[in-house]
Design a protein around this ligand. Structure first.
Ligand code: AMP
Ligand code: GLY
Length: 420
């Protein structure tokens, strides 16, 4: 079958690498892809915002499955357009993608179905939001309602910070995403990422991971899209996973189906493991980036068989197999990230890094005058396996140290809190 994969990040390079290994995949096309995905299929410059163009492309290339990587095309309704054109797609409809596209939508759904999550209130203007913030205990969490690339959340330790985060949202720091604001109570605990593949009716647990959201070592500095991850999560037990399925995932899937907007695709629960049990921090409706990279390294089963089963409503018959080994990925980012990254720096040493046994997934890279250069904030994901988390970590950093890139940086402590 011919497969079209949408996206251009490290997540999509990992998916392309895994999809290309499937005996079910005859031809893989990635739109737009990156220099890494070009090793596993054909990159194409297709405007994925132009749904009619995507449908025409699928017809002329006899595409049997579209896999949507990032959230923006989902929230923009690409899956709806493909479903209407009878083209199989892995990824939720616009209505189902609201679980990621609107934090307020998800919080209301949790309240209605008693799904454990932080207490909250929603606001569409600054004066009311500020009046609320003034009477809440600190710290307080201020969130832009819509998509903000992982940057729309402020943990305010003081009232002044909370008020200024509210101003930022309503003054347009996150564009339309900030027209509505959610104010939440701060939860204490450790975080875990829990993934399920869903077909509308069935949720299939599909691996766990821990992300590192802050830019600096020791979890300091601003939030990013993620600076490194490992899998499996070190803080989830089978008992907690069963509780997450029973109290969070299954009620969500049932609620979405009951609303007439069944959820198909990846349901990614960001969890806080608190003294009172697991609580939902947020949902994403796609694979995590960089969590996908570590999941794909550990997945034994043919990913295409799983994605097709989800798209066709057959997930109840699927049981994925995983390597017992641990996987860990270190994100190499361009100096300046998560602010304005320094672009154009030349990168070398990828072959040497991969000769150690690691895998280097590309994110923001490009080719200029024959050289590999940085074109974005998060640029490379250096990913390795090991019998233990500590071994995976050592292997990943051995590979990181083979890469030469003057404008790059990475955290040196991915996984460290769990290997000491
Ligand atoms: P989100 O984009 O909603 O996942 O939030 C980004 C990060 O902010 C999370 O990974 C947490 O580290 C932190 N965060 C969000 N909401 C809360 C909360 N209610 N309590 C504590 N930390 C939070
Ligand atoms: N790494 C966090 C995310 O993909 O949302």
């Amino acid at each position: 079958m011919n497969i079209l994969l949408i996206g251009s990040g490290g997540r999509e390079h990992a998916l392309a690498w895994k999809i290309a290994q499937s005996p079910l995949c005859e031809r893989l096309i990635i739109a737009p892809g990156n220099p890494g995905t070009a090793h596993h299929g054909e990159n194409t410059a297709l405007d994925t915002g132009d749904h009619a163009a995507v449908i025409a492309f699928c017809h002329s290339n006899r595409i049997g499955l579209v896999v949507v990587g990032p959230e923006a095309p989902l929230v923009a309704g690409l899956s709806d357009a493909l479903i209407e054109a009878a083209i199989p797609v892995f990824g939720p409809t616009r209505a189902a993608a609201q679980l990621e596209g609107s934090k307020g939508f998800t919080k209301d759904l949790c309240r209605e179905h008693a799904i454990p999550t932080a207490a909250y209130a929603r606001f569409n203007n600054a004066p009311k939001a500020k009046a609320h913030a003034r009477v809440q205990p600190l710290p307080l969490v201020i969130k832009a309602d819509g998509l903000a690339a992982g940057k729309g959340v402020t943990i305010a330790a003081t009232l002044a910070e909370a008020l200024s985060a509210i101003d930022d949202c309503f003054e347009g720091a996150f564009g339309a995403a900030g027209a509505e604001v959610v104010i939440e109570q701060f939860l204490t605990g450790t975080e875990a990422s829990f993934f399920c593949i869903c077909d509308g009716a069935t949720a299939l647990p599909f691996g766990t991971a821990q992300d590192h959201k802050r830019v600096g070592d020791g979890d300091t500095g601003p939030n990013t899209g993620g600076m490194g991850a490992f899998s499996p999560a070190a803080n989830l037990t089978p008992e907690i996973e069963a509780e997450v399925m029973a109290r969070i995932i299954r009620p969500t899937l049932a609620a979405m189906a009951a609303r007439g907007t069944p959820f198909t695709g990846v349901l990614y629960a960001g969890l806080m493991l608190t003294a009172e049990g697991p609580q939902l921090i947020e949902y994403n409706t796609r694979f995590g980036d960089p969590e996908c990279q570590v999941l794909m390294m550990r997945l034994k089963t043919d990913i295409v068989a799983v994605l097709l089963a989800a798209a066709e409503g057959r997930l109840a018959d699927v049981s994925p197999e995983w390597h017992a080994a641990h996987a860990l990925t270190v994100v190499m980012a361009a100096k300046g990230y998560p602010g304005t990254p320094s672009k154009g720096g030349i990168i070398s040493g990828i072959d040497a890094a991969e000769a150690t046994g690691a895998r280097v997934f590309h994110a923001g890279t490009g080719i200029m005058d024959g050289a590999l250069v940085a074109t974005g904030g998060r640029v490379l994901n250096v990913t390795a396996m090991g019998a233990t988390l500590a071994e995976a970590q050592a292997a990943a950093y051995r590979a990181v140290d083979c890469i030469r890139w003057d404008d790059g940086f990475c955290r040196r402590d991915i996984g460290a809190a769990w290997t000491r």
